[in-house]
Design a protein around this ligand. Structure first.
Ligand SMILES: C[S@@+](CC[C@H](N)C(=O)[O-])C[C@H]1O[C@@H](n2cnc3c(N)ncnc32)[C@H](O)[C@@H]1O
Length: 256
């Protein structure tokens, strides 16, 4: 069955009663299921929370269109960055529509490594469980990125793909701090997100009104470099940045 033939009634629900059991098996500290953050409910309900959102957006071609044809390149840029010992644990902070997590899980499978995915929206957890069901190296966790329940230093590498631009500054800073906390010293946190494009890039004038209207917090990442949202103790030499598509996208790698 291809994407377009899916029935709109397809069930992406996630039983929050499964939550406690999964927490216990994941080795996370016991916590209650997190509430949906206000910014997600108020600004992004149509994309991630509405019962039909998954049916509308869970299509690789659509995600690729939203990223102006750059989905494959940006996904590959993350895979190229991962340099893991066999049996490593990797965290993906927040679900991503399309093939990103499937490609990441397959890539990690080559080194008998595991992928852990966190998301705060039960419908997204339900969807990713289905989407990644064919992989036996994946665990998903209903958690808020701003206060994750994993112990310190739980993961060799952590990936944050297009989440930070969706969060208000306070939540963004907390997510970055949490991603650092749960990643072990010597590991890396890889961020991919929007960035302010060069003045000569026509996409600047196309994307500004779109983002301002639909993704208002994204403009923070145009105005400030992403490391500005990292804790003060992070040193400049720990950070490497690469830019794509005339500067509209960035990959920032923080070596811990
Ligand atoms: C990674 S971002 C956007 C990715 C990309 N634009 C796409 O096409 O999917 C979207 C995800 O972030 C999740 N999310 C937003 N705020 C979160 C938070 N505080 N904790 C965990 N997940 C969060 C949403 O539920 C959603 O599944």
């Amino acid at each position: 069955m291809n994407d377009d033939s899916r029935a709109i009634t397809e069930d992406y629900s996630y039983d929050v009663a499964d939550f406690s059991e999964e927490q216990a098996t994941a080795g996370a500290n016991p916590v209650s299921p997190p509430p949906i953050p206000d910014y997600l409910q108020d600004t992004y309900w149509w994309a991630y929370v509405h019962p039909k959102s998954v049916w509308v957006f869970e299509r690789e071609w659509l995600v690729n269109l939203i990223l102006w044809g750059n989905m494959k390149k940006l996904t590959q840029s993350v895979l190229d960055e991962l340099d893991l010992e066999p049996g490593s644990n990797v965290l993906q902070v927040a679900c991503v529509y399309g093939d990103f997590s499937n490609r990441l899980a397959s890539h990690l499978g080559q080194t008998q490594s595991r992928l852990n995915v966190v998301d705060v929206a039960p419908i997204q957890i339900g969807n990713i469980k289905k989407k990644l069901a064919k992989h036996d190296n994946v665990a998903v966790h209903l958690q808020d990125s701003t206060c994750m329940s994993f112990p310190d230093d739980s993961f060799e590498e952590t990936v944050v793909f297009f989440l930070l631009h969706e969060q208000p500054a306070d939540a963004r800073r907390k997510t970055v701090a949490e991603a650092i906390r749960v990643t072990r010293p010597g590991g890396r946190v890889i961020f991919v997100d929007y960035h302010g494009p060069k003045r000569s890039n026509p996409m600047r004038y196309v994307m500004k009104p779109i983002l301002t209207l639909l993704e208002p917090f994204a403009m923070d990442l145009w105005r400030e470099e992403l490391p500005a949202f990292m804790p003060a103790e992070v040193k400049q030499e720990q950070v490497t940045s690469n830019f794509y598509f005339g500067g509209l996208y960035q990959k920032v790698v923080l070596k811990l």
